[in-house]
Design a protein. Structure first.
Length: 289
């Protein structure tokens, strides 16, 4: 949970800008990544860059906790029950952990996106609880909270899978090939080798970059579906396939399906680096090795 919160707070301003760009908010749609980063504080103050971050923290603590815990548990189950080991069980366990965490915390993600998309002076939702009430009453009860769940699950499987797979593989190869150069004894157990902090950050960053590239078009699809009623073209984005087609036809690949990807690298590489590094440090701090 702590790993998730540290990672997301590090990149919260970039997260807000990404949502504004992905869904073509009319105040900022003519701008690029860096010009939006400059425009938001001018229009909404510096706290505008952190809009939706409260909802993000409420979501990300259980999300991070469930994901990391589920990954360890699934890894054990896959190894013992299915007899699959090596690098493949990391990929499978990571995918299953990501899906589990997403399903458990999805309504909070929905509320966070709605809050982050709002611009000062045009507030439809007054806060987290008000947003929950409004979505529940105006958008069909509980099903309203799960708009866009399908592309999220489909996108999360490769994202979490390749994220955990890449990090775990780089870690095991690094410690096996160059233990003295890349590793050091764990603080809570000298018999266990862990990666040095800067190597941890590097491996986490590479893991984030690879995972993000593979799953990004589905992330754009999810955001569009989550924003639903807020967008003027919402009736064209009711299903995952419809939304993918619509974004591709209207905006193409680079300016549609991959719009905001450069920002996502800037956002996701440090985010994953901080997440994995904090997780490894917390494991030592709580004597889990």
């Amino acid at each position: 949970g702590v790993a998730g919160c540290c990672a997301k707070t590090t990149t919260a301003p970039l997260d807000r800008v990404k949502i504004l760009l992905q869904a073509h908010n009319h105040h900022y749609k003519h701008l690029g990544v860096f010009s939006t980063l400059c425009a938001v504080p001018k229009k909404e103050g510096y706290l505008g860059l952190y809009k939706g971050n409260g909802a993000m923290m409420i979501r990300i603590f259980p999300y991070g906790a469930i994901q990391f815990m589920a990954f360890d548990q699934y890894k054990k189950v896959i190894k013992k029950r299915l007899g699959i080991s090596g690098h493949v069980h990391r990929l499978m366990a990571g995918s299953m952990a990501g899906i589990t965490a997403v399903i458990c915390t999805y309504p909070l993600d929905m509320v966070r996106v709605r809050l982050a998309f709002q611009v000062k002076g045009e507030h439809k939702y007054m806060g987290i609880i008000h947003a929950f009430k409004m979505i529940y009453t105006k958008e069909g009860g509980f099903s309203g909270f799960y708009r866009g769940l399908m592309p999220t699950v489909v996108g999360m499987a490769p994202y979490a899978g390749f994220s955990f797979f890449t990090f775990g593989t780089l870690k095991s190869i690094g410690l096996a090939q160059a233990p003295n150069l890349l590793g050091r004894p764990s603080l809570d157990n000298p018999d266990v080798l862990v990666l040095k902090t800067h190597v941890n950050l590097l491996c986490g960053g590479i893991a984030g970059a690879i995972a993000q590239t593979i799953s990004y078009p589905l992330d754009v699809t999810r955001r569009r579906m989550q924003l639903g009623a807020v967008l003027p073209d919402s009736e064209k984005c009711l299903t995952m396939v419809q939304t993918l087609k619509y974004v591709y036809q209207q905006h193409g690949i680079r300016r549609g399906l991959y719009r905001g990807l450069s920002l996502n690298y800037i956002r996701c590489i440090p985010s994953q680096a901080v997440a994995f590094t904090t997780y490894e440090l917390m494991k030592q701090f709580l004597h889990l090795n």
